[in-house]
Ligand binder design. Structure first.
Ligand SMILES: *Cc1c(COP(=O)(O)O)cnc(C)c1O
Length: 400
């Protein structure tokens, strides 16, 4: 077979223009929604927040949804509501964005990294169980790439040890586990509305829960720990009076962001269907192509396809992931790497985490590449990615 000259060696790139790995999709109705709120009486703490929260709760099927200024703020609030304090251990995955672990550190907790399952790349329930101690005070799982974790097994472990189960479902809006949407399978579930996620508010996040007590704590935490409900105040019958009963933050979402969210939320299923179709096209395109493994598709779950992560068969290639990444970038394909294992970051290394801690995660990190995946991608865009990946990998294929 002829090897086509790569763009990185002066050949013609597969694409003329750069294709990013993720991008928001905003139309005129989104713009109109934001303009309308700008002309209204409330820019923050207004009616849009409630409307947005209700639309997310209705979509995922949870009793409550509490909006925050970011997904990270929402995770921090969940750690607070779960009662995480100084030196409490919280088990999570290293294959996630740093925010998942950072939320534990914000509360002074100790992050305990459990290794991933080598097939699904999600946190392994067995690895979680092996790390439980008397100091374990919560579990935070991540539905990596949109594929739900083993909710049943993790739920069972959390129940047995009587600890809260928090789900970072930043990738998981619309994902389904055994017939049920992600959003109330854990005690608290976080969704993020950063522009690369399923829908966007610019910045923003939400916690969904069915638990009244968590709901109250989350609401207070978002607004400085301030309580106004007469029933819950120490002093009563003073109409101007409120109390700050715990140390909270200003983690409120503005009505400007929420208005965008309300309009975006109407389009969740449309976006989801586009993501599913793109993922299917990739998987078909790579069928019988032996230089990579496409994402593993579990029985009984429906991924929300936030990311399409391929695993390179490095033993069949003459170069490492870095060269493949660079060559694809030169073909104008915006590949990415999700994620650097969290404990590789200097901040965590300085806390004493050693390389070798989670071997499956570390091996995956050497071999993984994220391909572009967002609703606005055209059929041609998807074909370009498939062609470019094949061109680059075949170029570097080991020859007998
Ligand atoms: C995006 C993301 C977050 C953080 O959400 P923000 O809204 O950007 O703060 C946390 N965890 C994961 C897995 C994410 O992908």
């Amino acid at each position: 077979m002829d090897r086509k000259r790569l763009a990185i060696d002066g050949g013609t790139p597969i694409r003329k223009s750069y294709l990013p790995y993720g991008k928001q999709d905003l139309d005129q109705s989104d713009v109109a929604a934001v303009v309308q709120v700008l002309q209204s009486d409330y820019l923050t703490t207004g009616p849009m927040i409630d409307t947005f929260e209700k639309s997310i709760a209705a979509y995922v099927g949870s009793r409550y949804a509490i909006a925050f200024s970011s997904g990270t703020a929402a995770l921090h609030a969940a750690c607070f509501a779960a009662g995480i304090k100084e030196n409490d251990q919280v088990i999570t995955t290293p294959i996630t964005f740093a925010a998942t672990a950072n939320a534990i550190k914000y509360q002074g907790g100790e992050v305990v990294f459990a290794d991933i399952d080598a097939k699904t790349y999600n946190i392994s329930a067995e690895a979680i169980e092996a790390l439980i101690t008397d100091q374990t005070k919560a579990i935070i799982s991540v539905d990596f790439s949109g594929q739900p974790v083993d909710y049943k097994k993790i739920r069972e472990i959390a129940n047995r040890y009587q600890i809260p189960f928090i789900s970072d479902a930043a990738h998981g809006l619309g994902a389904v586990y055994e017939g049920e949407k992600i959003g109330s399978l854990a005690d608290m579930t976080m969704f993020s509305f950063h522009p690369v996620k399923h829908i966007t508010t610019g910045e923003g996040g939400v916690i969904t829960t069915n638990n009244e007590q968590y709901f109250q704590k989350l609401k207070n935490f978002r607004n400085h720990g301030i309580v106004r409900d007469q029933e819950k105040l120490h002093k009563k019958n003073q109409p101007w009076y409120y109390e700050m009963q715990s140390l909270g933050f200003n983690y409120r979402m503005s009505d400007i962001h929420a208005a965008l969210g309300v309009n975006q939320a109407k389009k969740i299923d449309g976006y989801l269907n586009k993501r599913i179709a793109i993922a299917q096209k990739y998987t078909e395109g790579f069928r019988d192509f032996e230089l990579l493994t496409p994402p593993f598709q579990l029985e009984g779950v429906e991924s929300s396809w936030h990311l399409y992560v391929i695993r390179l068969h490095l033993e069949k290639l003459t170069v490492r992931r870095k060269e493949i990444y660079q060559a694809l970038q030169k073909e104008n394909i915006g590949v990415n790497v999700h994620y650097i294992p969290v404990y590789f970051h200097p901040y965590y290394q300085a806390l004493g985490y050693k390389k070798g801690l989670c071997p499956h995660a570390e091996q995956l990190y050497e071999e993984m590449l994220t391909l572009p995946l967002f609703p606005k991608m055209t059929s041609q865009d998807v074909s370009d990615v498939i062609m470019a990946v094949k061109k680059v990998l075949q170029y570097y294929e080991v020859r007998a």
